[in-house]
Design a protein around this ligand. Structure first.
Ligand code: NAD
Ligand code: DAU
Length: 372
């Protein structure tokens, strides 16, 4: 393979990473500017990507965004309806595995935020093929383009807290070893480590974020909170896996998008950052809350056969990103209430997916056959 040299990596906030064990805010020695720049967002028609694009266009009037998305069953241009006429947002319908297309995009931008992935754990248990092809191989294609694009100053890779695996007590730090349980999590480990390898080997200007479970508007109804909310509104059974005792740390999508913005501006190249709310809930607690907020009957909650290899608990230490002056703004109780209200107010959005999206319908019918 042809060797291509990048120009030396510019370090923003030179000592932020090393200082992460202490909690003192790192001085913003070099803040990356965003106005006047163009960034590439992969997977921007999905849940987090669309929220991120909307937030960034609202906050940075001089920013331009190229959004490369394949529009799989999970991608939906309706998520971006309100910015579809904004001349600063250019949508490209394409696959991150298309090397020529990706190389062309990288020539036009100064930064990349990489969301595109297959993301649903249950689907990865049924068939991991697309997860390897998109999450691992697709990320490799982007990294190859990155090392041949000296004009790209940062590449923020959205990994996940699932790369660490599960733990009963305590919190994972960024330096802990990775021990993924599901095929999805394993594919994200593959991507995460490839990103780090391109930094170590070629000096690629990468930053990795490992977020906890996100929730908020525009999340696909296959995921726990939207599935339970929309099912409750329809009076359908809420299929709670196992005993409902698994614990997740729910982070509002806006807080996650602010974490990404924080890393673009102040993150140190070559570093990994966890982000989470440090506000844990069992699934049964969340299910009961949703029932209450929707006014549905609690009898709708039904314990069903567990997910294979179901991780008991995810929990990350977030001191390192806090040292870059990021902090959570949305309280879970308020965020969940607002999210449930959003699903109540946007019935047409999710009804179209649940009733018309063949990929959703066929997966639901077969996966939940014995879980209804
Ligand atoms: P999502 O499933 O809602 O959206 C994924 C998007 O990627 C879709 O728009 C889809 O069309 C696009 N895509 C898939 N394959 C593609 C390909 N080959 N080429 C181009 N586009 C493609 O996902 P999400 O929940 O918004 O997650 C975004 C990222 O954040 C993922 O990398 C995920 O692993 C990570 N993450 C998500 C969460 C969460 O709770 N949702 C938490 C931590 C990390
Ligand atoms: O932790 C970050 C991860 O969070 C992301 O990397 C993934 O992309 C994202 O999908 C999410 O993974 P989870 O498996 O934690 O999320 P999910 O919404 O699928 O499930 C949340 C919890 O709810 C989990 O313990 C399984 C449970 N659950 C889920 C579904 C869909 C149920 O009990 N019943 C269900 O029908």
């Amino acid at each position: 393979m042809k060797q291509t040299k990048r120009r030396p990596v510019k370090k923003a906030v030179p000592s932020a990473g090393r200082r992460a064990s202490g909690l003192k805010a790192a001085p913003s020695v070099l803040e990356r500017a965003l106005n006047g720049r163009t960034i590439l967002v992969t997977g921007g028609a999905g849940f987090i990507g669309s929220n991120f694009i909307r937030m960034m266009l609202a906050e940075y009037p001089g920013l331009r965004v190229i959004n490369l998305d394949k529009l799989t069953y999970a991608g939906n241009l309706e998520n971006l309806a309100d910015v579809s006429c904004d001349p600063r947002h250019k949508f490209i319908h394409g696959d991150i595995r298309d090397a020529a297309l990706v190389a062309g995009c990288f020539e036009r931008v100064q930064g990349v935020v990489h969301f595109a992935a297959e993301t649903h754990v249950d689907r990865s248990i049924v068939d991991a093929g697309e997860f390897v092809l998109t999450d691992v191989f697709g990320t490799y294609i982007l990294l190859e383009a990155l090392r041949k694009a000296p004009g790209v100053e940062f590449f923020v890779h959205i990994s996940t807290d699932e790369v660490y695996g599960s733990r009963e007590k305590g919190f994972f730090r960024e330096t802990d070893s990775l021990n993924p349980s599901s095929p999805y999590a394993a594919s994200k480990v593959g991507a995460d480590r490839m990103v780090q390898a391109y930094h170590t080997t070629y000096g690629a200007p990468t930053i990795i974020l490992r977020p906890s479970n996100n929730y908020g508007p525009y999340q696909h109804p296959e995921k726990f909170i939207p599935l339970f909310t929309t099912h409750a509104l329809e009076g359908r059974t809420l299929p709670l896996y196992g005993k409902g005792r698994n614990v997740r740390d729910w982070l509002h999508v806006e807080d996650n998008c602010r974490a990404i913005e924080c890393l673009i501006r102040r993150g140190r190249l070559g570093e990994v950052y966890n982000v989470g709310a440090n506000d844990e809930r069992t699934n049964i607690e969340v299910a009961r809350r949703i029932v209450k907020l929707t006014g549905a009957s609690k009898d709708l909650i039904k314990f069903v056969p567990d997910r294979l290899g179901h991780d008991t608990r995810y929990a990350v230490n977030i001191n390192k990103i806090k040292a870059l002056r990021w902090k959570r703004k949305v309280d879970f109780e308020e965020g969940l209430e607002a999210t449930v209200r959003w699903y109540m107010d946007n019935r047409a959005w999710w009804t179209r997916i649940k009733e018309k999206n063949a990929a959703f319908k066929s997966f639901y019918e077969s996966y939940y056959k014995d879980r209804k």
